[in-house]
Ligand binder design. Structure first.
Ligand SMILES: N[C@@H](CCC(=O)N[C@@H](CS)C(=O)NCC(=O)O)C(=O)O
Length: 223
């Protein structure tokens, strides 16, 4: 099989989802890092939206993290998507929800004024209420989206939880999961997995905070 090449920006949570999948499935792959503030010509030619991730397989290119991850799931074991079509469709719906959380999280960290940052925080909290209500009741020591087994949808949420933890490590005020015990347990389970821990380069926690500070956001001043 042709070795896949993942095109990445170090801090991108969407790319991170694909890395988690590649690691879970022990796929032999290469990764190319690009600078999104200075996108190379070759990248612009292959990425229809000018966004990462893209996955190159020989001359073929796949874009959109959810699609890349489904392709990886269909072509490598262990299969992480449910086999039942209804369950699979539900997991796709919640993957969309995870993407919305990532967009809100980005807005929260980048808001210039406290009032706008607080508004984004409140949007996140409203989404957590919906998410918490939809999760099953945890039974064992590990807890995933649908209970005791990890699925593709879990890999869509893990980058969000990791960023929340980076923020909370610097300022507890930014840990928003305190009132959501199921999400909290789920986050702890995901963040303890080797595939999640190893899905970012060691400098990412520091560079994530530097990125926020460099944008002179309200939150940047509190980290
Ligand atoms: N829906 C896309 C989102 C990807 C995305 O937003 N990537 C960001 C980096 S995290 C990007 O490449 N931004 C560059 C740009 O918009 O110019 C996916 O899931 O793959």
């Amino acid at each position: 099989m042709t070795k896949p090449v993942l095109v990445s920006f170090k801090l991108c949570p969407f790319v991170q989802r694909s890395v988690i999948n590649l690691l879970e499935k022990k796929v032999d792959y290469d990764i190319k890092y690009i600078d999104l503030t200075n996108k190379p010509e070759w990248f612009l030619k292959i990425s229809p939206f000018g966004k990462v991730p893209v996955l190159q397989i020989g001359d073929d290119v796949i874009f959109e993290s959810a699609v890349i991850n489904e392709y990886l799931d269909e072509t490598n074991t262990p299969a992480l998507h449910p086999t039942d079509p209804i369950q699979r469709a539900k997991h796709r719906s919640w993957t969309e929800f995870a993407s919305a959380l990532l967009v809100d999280q980005y807005g929260w960290t980048m808001a210039k004024e406290k009032i706008d940052s607080d508004k984004k925080r409140d949007e996140l909290l409203s989404k957590f209420k919906i998410l918490e209500a939809g999760l099953p009741t945890p039974t064992g020591s590990t807890f995933y989206f649908s209970g005791s087994k990890m699925h593709l949808v879990d890999t869509a949420f893990a980058p969000f939880f990791m960023r929340m933890q980076f923020l909370a490590d610097h300022n507890r005020e930014f840990y928003l999961l305190g009132d959501f015990p199921k999400i909290q347990k789920w986050s702890e389970t995901l963040l303890s997995l080797p595939s999640v821990k190893n899905s970012v380069l060691p400098e990412v926690p520091k560079e994530y905070l530097e990125f926020i500070k460099a944008h002179q956001s309200w939150m940047g001043g509190k980290l």
